[in-house]
Design a protein around this ligand. Sequence first.
Ligand code: FE2
Length: 227
Amino acid sequence: MIRDVPVDTKDAAPFVLPPLPFDENALAPIISARTVQFHYGKHHRAYVDKLNLLVQDRKIREVSLVDLIRRTHGNPGQADVFNNAAQVWNHNFYWQSLAPAGRGSENQNPGGALTQMIEKSFGGLPALKTEMVENAVAQFGSGWVWLLWDGRALRVTKTSNAHVPFIDGNTPLLTVDVWEHAYYLDYQNQREAHVTAVLDELLNWTFAAENLERAKALGGRLAAPIQ
Ligand code: FE2
C-alpha cells in the first residue's frame, strides 16, 4: 500500500512509482480500467521518470519527495523539478483517495468523527459535495480539488496545475484530479459528471478519516503532509 511507504526519509531518490492500492479495473464503471492504465501507467509514471532525470541532472541527493517540493516551490529556476515532484506526490495521494467501486455505504458515508466534522464545517455531506463540484468546475484548466483540514475546520479548495495544499500549511484529507487526463477517455469534456460520480461512488473515507485523526493527534495547524 502506498501509505506504508515513508515519505520523509532521506534516501528517497531515485523516486519510485508506488503500486496502485487496487486493481486497475477496480474503479469501473466510474473510472474505466483504460483510464487507469493511461493515468497511472503513462501520466503518473512519466512524472516519476522525469523527476528522476531532473534530480540526476541537477545532482540533487539525499532529499525526500516532500522536502524537494518545499525547497523548489516558488523558485523559477527549479520550476520543472517542483512541477514533476508535486505531481508525483499529488498522484500518490490521489490513488489513495479513491476506493474500489461497489462497496456501497463504505464509499458513500464518511462515518464517525469525520461525519460530525463535515456537519460542523459544511452543514452536511451534500453541501460538501456541492462545494467540491463547484470548485472542480470553477478550476480553469488543469488542477486538483481538495478536502483539507486547516487546523480548525474542514475546507474545500482547488489548486492549479501541480500546486499542493501542504505548501500553504493545510493538511489534505482527500483529492480529486481534474486534469483532463483523469476523465477524458470516459467522460470527454464532462468534468462535472465525472467529479460528481467520483464523489458519490469512489471516495475512500477511511483514508480521509485516518488523515484527519493523525493531523489532530499532532495538534493544531499541520503543515506536514499525511500520505
Ligand atoms: Fe492526473
